[in-house]
Ligand binder design. Structure first.
Ligand code: AHG
Ligand code: MN
Ligand code: MN
Length: 354
């Protein structure tokens, strides 16, 4: 006996399985223009980078030279892991001879990497954090890659890439790849936020969720409370508020991408404020905070330094860091309110003391 609904169900699954990333990008841009084709091709290369890194991670304990440190320290002053180097090189390799991307700027490289053969045609720059949460690599926990695409402005003849020192509204697209139990790619081109899951049997990222909206409020707060002693009083007051009120729960994985993904889907807030050792916090504007801010705003959420929208921040240099509060609008506003209140009290006290 044939089920009447079967052909429809089959068609539904076939349709879903055929909604690959590159097809989705073209649908999003509603165009087959050369620019749309370029962006679709860039996303396709990013997907390839994701697959290569995912494959390496899935066998990391079995292959030589995948785990542990290189012994080097990067431009951020952080110890470099072998996986950081591998993933950084993967992004460079996938864009070589592509005609798509002229420059790549990464958290792991002091200066932008130029691919001169692409420059006459490829007017785009890729900014990326090749492995986010690299302390998780050696213990088989989730890590991610974050990316952002900007259009090159001017000729950059001096090779200083000064046009990258602009605010986050200049991003054309942003996203991340989360290497968890499944590999998930989340992206936005300014038309909503969409997620894709890597189907290993097809080797393709298949559409999982379209137009993701972050809940207006969620129970999770994500902060490294080990830094309590290093925080400003405003953040301490905020955290004490979370401890004393019902309805909140703490989650912190050591990988921003993982914590962000949870918040994107379930609501809440991720907070990495300034510390005594790092007054601007740890997270890098161009490779971490701005791309995720682009995504969260597209999903109806909020991203802030505590006093200013992340997307409005103009970096002083490529590796500028910013404090970050990102997630559900209501929960980010709560963090901001503690900071504003503390600034107000401090100003009042200073006025009285005069
Ligand atoms: P990266 O691995 O790219 O250096 O980034 C690590 C970041 C971020 O992923 C994470 O949320 C945060 O650093 C963790 O820092 P702490 O260990 O200071 O909490
Ligand atoms: Mn990172
Ligand atoms: Mn990193």
């Amino acid at each position: 006996m044939v089920n009447n609904q079967q052909p429809e169900i089959q068609e539904h699954y076939l349709d879903r399985d055929c909604t690959t990333l590159s097809r989705h990008v073209l649908q999003q841009l509603q165009s087959f223009s050369p620019e749309a084709q370029d962006l679709s091709a860039i996303m396709n290369r990013l997907a390839l980078a994701g697959k290569l890194i995912s494959r390496r991670l899935s066998r990391a304990g079995l292959v030589e030279n995948a785990l542990g440190f290189t012994g080097e320290v990067n431009v951020q002053g952080e110890s470099v892991k072998k996986m950081d180097v591998f993933a950084n090189d993967v992004f460079i390799s996938v864009f070589k001879q592509s005609g798509l991307v002229c420059r790549l700027a990464s958290e792991e490289m002091e200066k932008p990497y130029y691919i001169p053969e692409n420059c006459p045609v490829g007017r785009y720059t890729l900014l990326y954090d090749p492995i986010d949460g690299s302390s998780n690599v050696d213990i088989n926990l989730n890590v991610g890659s974050i990316f952002s695409i900007r259009q090159q402005e001017g000729d950059d003849t001096d090779g200083e890439a000064k046009d990258l020192l602009q605010n986050g509204h200049k991003q054309i697209a942003a996203g991340y790849i989360l290497y968890g139990p499944t590999t998930v790619l989340v992206y936005s081109m300014g038309h909503g936020v969409h997620s894709f899951i890597l189907d290993p049997s097809l080797g393709e990222f298949i559409l999982a969720q379209e137009n993701i909206q972050v809940p207006h409020h969620g129970p999770v707060y994500s902060a490294n409370e080990g830094n309590y002693w290093q925080w400003d009083e405003s953040i301490r007051e905020y955290i004490r508020y979370m401890h004393r009120h019902e309805g909140y729960t703490a989650r912190y994985s050591g990988a921003l991408v993982g914590d962000f993904h949870r918040i994107l889907l379930q609501g809440g807030v991720f907070v990495y404020p300034g510390t005594v050792k790092k007054p601007e916090g740890k997270l890098r504007l161009l490779y971490e905070s701005a791309p995720l801010a682009f995504l969260i705003e597209q999903a109806g959420g909020r991203a802030s330094t505590g006093t200013q929208p992340i997307l409005d921040v103009v970096p002083e240099e490529l590796h500028t860091r910013t404090p970050l509060a990102i997630g559900s609008t209501e929960d980010v506003q709560l963090v901001e309110s503690f900071i504003a209140d503390w600034i107000r009290r401090k100003t009042d006290n200073e006025a009285i003391a005069k």
